[in-house]
Design a protein around this ligand. Structure first.
Ligand code: IVH
Length: 715
């Protein structure tokens, strides 16, 4: 597409030329529309059509007064009926762990060395580059041609924004001498200058303005009409890749250089750093340059340079072990604390929330901040230590009416850093944390050792019930399209659903025949009602791990749910095992504790919830409507250890314990901490003690480290 030349030409048009050009474009595009929609005989390629539409929008943006009554911009040409189509990423798009201090970078380096078994003085190179504050995009090239662009979405599934990405100048349409299959990943962003101009234009036209360049970039990329995206000046920095048919290089730096050679824009502040001290020095350099870059960055990303080491380090649930984001310090602002509200969460936790006089912190208006718990309000941390000392070292508490200092770091919920005691109103009183649940009136008790006060109302507490339902339908849980937090609240309020099982009988109760009931609700039409029932039906078949996570059991998060699911395989095997572990002893209890990654607190919470009669009855009512899929073992076709239970003991010499465990799990093995009759393999390094003896007694196969590596085909 020749929008580069077209766009610069727009800049040079006189008003009279622009008027003529808009008339010409209106005619050409109307003919093209008719040919396409009415005659089914397109007269131009999609790309040419998009380019003309973009040109039309760009001219209108420059001369708003010339916009025609029959402007092609107001016609929805072939915009998809639905929002964007979904795209499943061939390789997940992950996020980054954060570091907020120099120490955390030193610790990042130390952690990597420990994992890889490297000494403190072994050379270990990193790349360091700005963390662009935009939105990530994955570009798929096949045979050198851009075939798809997708947003990150939830990391597994994003939105197809190909037509829009094609309008971005920094994104090449064709690549020469690229691997046959190449997914390039990077950040879409808007420069400060373009952002200011866009907002000025929007304001002129009485259209909505954007809070910051990031929002403007996101709003512009996610436009159903690519012509609008084309008229918004977006840019793209390439910093990584996804699926590949051939490696780009042997190092991160080499791969970035290769992407630059292929025609991508890479960040000029990317540098190679030898160890953590150089990482910190480069961070300081980037921080210095921050104000003059002309675009927003919110930190610096450090990545292990050697790609073979990156592969060994691998990933945690959602973040790579080989990279970290070193964030800039949060921005601060002072404002008045107007009230403290208490929110009750799904596990009954009473969370105090600060209601603030709105204040802008780092470009975003903040009017709420978390206050964590009653100790935090009183100025004390988890172990009773003073977290906000006054001049005498006594804790400064937080009171309604106080002037407080608010900060945000990244996407984190705003927090309160400090209190200005000199501005405290004379009549102010220390905050009295409620001892009863504000939602249901039940006692709110604080167990010894817990910093949180919890409502004991359980299912009778409406706040807990609603929060549990919201969690149940959330993205990582049942993810029912059309049934979000807002709908759940409304349905709960009206008595349509009280517990998860009710979602699956909604149609029988309010559906056919009664369809009008749903249709007549505010915000619902025939189509959305039908879609909702279909979306619910689709989720009757659900993976074990998702179901477990959706139950919202305390201490059992998404990763743990999947881990447990993989270990038990089938739902009925799991419930039987929980029943057998009800006494918190015996072999099934031991087995649960033996799962690497399951601690005592989690195990207890899991067994107690699964065997508590009311909870269990609710779960059974739900499961009666479901087909629970057996836990999908990782794709380990051909793996000699898939499904086997492996225990490591003694000292491993060629890799660390953490690495051994991660690799075994990636190959489908279950790694357990203790030897039992269920153990299939014991990998014993030098110094193995009682575990090796027990394994021998039980007749379990024992391998040394070399044999183990040979078995995995990784010597
Ligand atoms: S590397 C495996 N490099 O930050 C993930 N990310 O917080 C590799 N981002 O989703 C990401 N600048 O959208 C990487 N130079 C950079 C980046 C960068 C911005 C974003 C990206 C990612 C998010 C993670």
């Amino acid at each position: 597409m020749s929008d580069q030349t077209d766009r610069s030409a727009v800049e040079e048009l006189t008003e009279a030329q622009a008027k003529d050009e808009l008339a010409r474009l209106a005619q050409v595009l109307a003919e093209a529309d008719a040919a396409y929609h009415t005659d089914d005989a397109p007269v131009m390629s999609d790309a040419d059509y998009d380019a003309l539409k973009a040109r039309n929008v760009a001219i209108e943006a420059r001369f708003p007064g010339l916009k025609r009554a029959d402007s092609p911009s107001d016609r929805v040409g072939a915009a998809p009926a639905e929002a964007f189509a979904k795209v499943r990423h061939a390789q997940r798009m992950l996020s980054l762990g954060n570091a907020f201090s120099d120490d955390e970078i030193t610790e990042f380096d130390a952690r990597i060395r420990r994992y890889l078994g490297l000494t403190d003085d072994a050379p270990l190179a990193y790349t360091s580059e700005p963390k662009i504050d935009g939105l990530s995009l994955s570009l798929r090239y096949e045979a050198g041609r851009l075939v798809q662009a997708a947003t990150r979405g939830d990391g597994e599934t994003g939105e197809n924004v190909t037509a829009n990405a094609r309008t971005i100048d920094d994104i090449p349409e064709m690549l020469e001498r690229a691997p046959d299959l190449l997914e390039v990943r990077g950040e879409v962003y808007m420069s400060h200058e373009d952002f200011a101009a866009l907002n000025a234009r929007q304001a002129d036209q009485g259209a909505k303005t954007f809070a910051n360049p990031r929002n403007a970039a996101a709003g512009s990329l996610r436009q159903l009409d690519p012509a609008i995206t084309a008229a918004r000046p977006l840019r793209f920095f390439a910093y990584g890749w996804g699926e590949l048919s051939a490696p780009l290089a042997e190092t991160q730096m080499g791969a970035i250089e290769r992407l630059a050679a292929l025609g991508f824009v890479t960040n000029p502040l990317t540098a190679l750093c030898d160890g953590p001290q150089e990482l910190l020095a480069h961070y300081a350099r980037i921080e210095q340059a921050r104000a003059t870059l002309g675009y927003d960055i919110d930190g610096v990303v450090c990545k292990v340079d050697d790609l073979a080491l990156q592969a060994r380090l691998g990933y945690r649930a959602t973040t790579p072990r080989w990279a970290i984001a070193h964030k800039f310090p949060a921005e601060l602002a002072w404002t008045r604390l107007e009230a403290i509200d208490i929110q009750v969460g799904r596990t009954g936790a009473l969370s105090p929330v600060a209601r603030l006089a709105p204040v802008t912190v780092g470009g975003v208006v903040v009017s709420n901040a978390t206050l964590h718990n009653e100790d935090y309000i009183a100025g004390r941390g988890a172990s009773g230590e003073v977290i906000r000392p006054d001049e005498d070292g006594a804790p400064k508490d937080i009171r309604v009416g106080d002037w407080v200092q608010v900060y945000r770091a990244g996407d984190v919920i705003p927090k309160i850093a400090d209190v200005d005691l000199s501005k405290r109103p004379a009549e102010s009183e220390p905050y009295a944390f409620p001892a009863a649940c504000p939602e249901c009136g039940s006692d709110a008790v604080r167990e010894p050792g817990d910093s949180v006060r919890r409502c004991v109302g359980g299912l009778v507490c409406p706040a807990q019930a609603v929060e549990r339902l919201k969690h149940f339908v959330s993205r990582a849980a049942f993810d029912i399209e059309g049934l979000g937090a807002k709908q759940v609240e409304a349905f709960y309020r009206d008595g349509w659903i009280a517990e998860p099982a009710d979602i699956f009988t909604l149609k029988d109760r309010y559906g056919p025949g009664c369809l009008t009931q749903l249709r007549n609700r505010e915000g619902w039409g025939e189509k959305s009602a039908k879609n909702l029932f279909e979306a619910i039906n689709e989720k009757r078949k659900i993976p074990f791990g998702r179901l477990l996570f959706a139950l919202g059991i305390r201490h059992v998060g998404e990763q743990a749910s999947n881990l447990i699911a993989r270990n038990y395989g089938r739902w009925d095997a799991f419930t039987a095992a929980m029943d057998a572990a009800a006494g918190l002893d015996g072999p099934e209890w031991e087995r649960l504790l033996g799962i690497d990654g399951v601690g005592e607190v989690m195990a207890r919470s899991l067994v107690q919830t699964m065997t508590e009669p009311h909870e269990r009855a609710g779960i059974e009512r739900l499961v009666a409507h479901l087909e629970v899929e057996e836990a999908a073992a990782p794709d380990t076709s051909g793996s000699p250890v898939a499904g086997k239970t492996v225990v490591f003991t003694g000292t491993l010499e060629r890799m660390t314990r953490a690495e051994a465990k991660a690799r075994a799990e990636a190959l489908g093995a279950k790694v357990s901490g203790s030897v039992s009759a269920r153990t299939d393999l014991l990998v014993a390094g030098p110094g193995a003690g009682s575990k090796a003896k027990k394994a021998a007694d039980l007749g379990i196969e024992v391998l040394d480290e070399d044999e183990w590596l040979a078995l995995m085909g990784a010597t």
